[in-house]
Design a protein around this ligand. Structure first.
Ligand code: CDP
Length: 214
């Protein structure tokens, strides 16, 4: 029986690491749906297309290949900002959500992380998590990540970017970032990844146990 875990939350909340580790532990496929929006933005940027060109963005979205998402290229900070601009477009979302749903439906099931997984992509997921942390803590983590990979950035600038991106993601009309009604909230502001992973694993174990006894 297939298992689907939906993980949503704002930028740098720790949802990506959590999703990857849960997928590994439970033998599920993993899709970071943020990379799909980043892939669209990246294609627009390298072709010099304006980010508000909806028909070009829709074409780019249809060409996204889930098997060929290059994290090293797509995870650049500027691509995330551009991704949140193309992510407001309903046609882009529809094209990507179709691909994400196909991925989720493939056995043995999957962990998907993003902004609208529990609300739109997989509303019937077996478990939904909404992972948050304060904007300051998220800026601190993102800054540490950039420094660790040899980059240079001002933490204050990252905090401003994060706030701007939160506003865009929570304020858009199509599929805004918000917890699904049946999502479990996980605030990781004072939690390290191990503690967050333990809490999330406990919830997955409960879902699996409930299935085997019913
Ligand atoms: O890693 P980070 O949290 O910085 O960003 P991401 O998850 O890679 O997502 C980049 C952008 O794509 C987000 O700011 C959203 O605007 C958009 N996105 C979305 O709209 N829906 C998703 N399911 C995933 C990402």
């Amino acid at each position: 029986m297939s298992l689907i875990i939906a993980i949503d939350g704002p930028a740098a909340s720790g949802k990506g690491t959590l999703a990857r580790r849960l997928a590994e532990k439970y033998g599920l496929n993993h899709l970071d749906t943020g990379l799909t929006y980043r892939a669209v933005a990246h294609r627009m940027l390298i072709h010099g297309l304006p980010l508000d060109n909806e028909s070009a963005a829709e074409t780019a979205a249809r060409q996204v290949d889930l098997g060929a998402l290059d994290r090293a290229v797509l995870s650049q900070h500027g691509v995330g900002e551009a991704a949140s601009k193309v992510a407001v477009m309903p046609k882009v979302r529809r094209a990507l959500v179709d691909k994400q749903r196909q991925f989720a439906a493939t056995p043995p099931g999957a962990v998907l992380d993003g902004r609208d997984i529990g609300t739109v992509v997989c509303p019937d997921a077996d478990l939904k998590l909404y992972v948050t942390a304060s904007a300051e803590e998220r800026a601190r983590r993102r800054h540490a990540e950039i420094v660790a990979s040899g980059g240079v950035a001002e933490e204050a600038d990252i905090l401003a970017d994060i706030r701007r991106r939160d506003e865009r993601d929570m304020g858009r009309a199509d599929s805004p970032l918000r917890p699904a009604n049946d999502a479990h909230l996980l605030d990781t502001t004072t939690m390290d990844i191990e503690a967050a992973f333990r809490a999330a694993s406990g919830l997955v174990d409960r879902v699996i146990a409930a299935r085997t006894t019913s």
